[in-house]
Design a binder for this molecule. Structure first.
Ligand code: GAL
Length: 471
């Protein structure tokens, strides 16, 4: 393969999230968050009932993380703030100075080695105190999130210029509040996902406006939200039903959030019509999908300064007709996802490796959401246990994917500004615990000092970052 040069000042990064790496779950005054609660409850919802109590120990071993970042030569590092480490009960009523000190050290040291921080305010770990008061079902969480965002901008915004408000609201809504598979774990099929997402979208918008109104002029940074999406293709490209189901799939996934934020402040038409039609059939007076008021539409529209995409996989789609049982998101969407058996799998059952799907998704975002600057804020491949340090097959997936990103930029004219590998470290992979390893660095969780060792992928990624080209 000839060398593929990336644009000058392309951002090369890696990503992590607080709960997945920090540990120190009760250190120095940190408050509980809902993953602390969820994992401590046991009940086999997480692989071997593992927890993030220790994780990669980054709360104390953050200098080891910096060494990894340095070794990769990254230009950017994406990490998240633990909300309840900073504000133990979620509100600015009490600020945990030790938490502030921790992130100050991290940010300052990143800048000292010329690495730009991309900071996520909230990556799945809602403070438990807020969950106890209704969590994302409550309008109060919107106000509290806005205050939290302002607190972060005023505390760290002199140095942090790139912000993500919320990571993957779709995953939280669907797996946390619709299906109840992840924390907080109480699914309400057909209701919970929509209700929580509605408030998350408003909270994001408020946090964006807070920056825009009170901080942007002085701090000159930018704020976005990280949206996850698969690419989707009709199972039979000649079937009208499959094509329509495929369109619905994307609308119920990426567009659910991206249309309100990037287009018009409102949900996709097909979501509104399908959910309202089904709600009527179920004898409900109003749709299970809440409406935005005109004022809210104005508030939500245009609240992202760049586009953050988390991409992992692709699916083939055909219609799904669920006749039994109560209402559900899947029944509303009416689309069945099929994993082509030809596609290789990377370490975990759901992760079919489909690099070309990313190129298509990038083109779709360009065409649908006004040709924004796009950062791929997560993409990666896992290994299952036992992981091998010589992960050549995994590096092959990264190479193929980066080649597709390169094509998207040079052949399709998509404004991709950066790529962040998920993840810097092998970490606590939510309900899969430590059994699924996404790291560029291996972490030995059996040793008390949690040593980090580069995989072959890390060594190769460093070469690409250095040369700004795929060789
Ligand atoms: C994303 C999530 C990450 C990471 C990744 C790999 O949904 O944002 O925290 O776990 O998936 O599964």
């Amino acid at each position: 393969m000839a060398s593929l040069k990336f644009p000058e000042s392309f951002a090369w990064g890696a990503s992590t999230a607080a709960y997945q790496i920090e540990g120190g779950w009760d250190a120095d005054g940190k408050g509980l968050n809902l993953w602390d609660t969820f994992t401590h409850q046991g009940g086999d919802r997480v692989f071997k009932n593992q927890t993030g109590d220790v994780a990669c120990g980054s709360y104390t071993l953050w200098e080891e993380d910096l060494k990894c970042i340095k070794q990769l030569g990254l230009t950017h590092y994406r990490f998240s703030l633990s909300w309840s480490r900073l504000l133990p009960d979620g509100t600015t009523g009490f600020i945990n100075q030790k938490g502030v000190d921790y992130y100050n050290k991290l940010i300052n040291e990143l800048l000292a080695i010329n690495v730009t921080p991309l900071v996520t305010l909230y990556h799945f770990d809602l403070p438990q105190a807020l969950e106890d008061q209704g969590g994302w079902y409550s309008g109060k969480t919107i106000e509290v999130f806005e205050q939290y965002a302002k607190f972060c901008y005023s505390t760290f915004g002199d140095r942090v210029k790139m912000w993500i408000t919320i990571n993957e609201p779709h995953i939280m809504a669907k797996l946390g509040y619709e299906k109840g598979i992840i924390a907080p774990g109480n699914g309400e099929p057909g209701f919970g996902g929509y209700r929580s997402a509605h408030n998350m979208i408003k909270a994001h918008a408020k946090a964006w406006h807070a920056y825009n109104n009170f901080f942007k002029e002085k701090q000159k940074g930018a704020v976005s939200i990280a949206l996850d999406s698969d690419w989707a293709e009709p199972l039979d490209p000649n079937s009208m039903d499959d094509k329509e189901a495929c369109e619905r799939y994307l609308k119920f996934r990426l567009n659910w959030f991206a249309e309100p934020i990037y287009i018009d402040g409102d949900y996709p038409a097909v979501m509104k019509s399908e959910i309202s039609r089904k709600s009527k059939e179920e004898g409900l007076m109003t749709s299970r999908l809440s409406e935005f008021t005109d004022e809210e539409k104005k508030m939500v529209k245009g609240t992202a300064d760049f586009f953050c995409l988390n991409y992992y996989t692709t699916r083939k789609i055909k219609p799904l007709h669920i006749k039994q049982g109560g209402p559900s998101f899947d029944s509303d969407m009416g689309a069945e996802q099929i994993k082509d058996p030809e596609w290789p799998e990377a370490g975990v059952e759901w992760l079919a490796v489909v690099p070309w799907g990313l190129r298509k998704l990038l083109a779709y975002i360009k065409d649908t959401f006004g040709d924004p600057d796009i950062y791929i804020t997560e993409n990666g491949f896992a290994q299952s246990e036992p992981p091998v340090l010589q992960d050549t097959h995994r590096w092959g997936y990264f190479q193929e994917t980066l080649a597709e990103v390169w094509k998207a930029i040079t052949q399709d004219g998509v404004k991709v500004k950066g790529y962040f590998a998920w993840s810097l470290l092998d970490n606590f992979e939510w309900i899969s615990g430590f059994s699924v390893r996404f790291g560029l660095f291996h972490v030995d969780h059996n040793q008390p000092n949690l040593p980090r060792t580069p995989y072959f992928s890390a060594i190769e990624y460093a070469k690409i970052v250095k040369g700004n080209e795929l060789i």
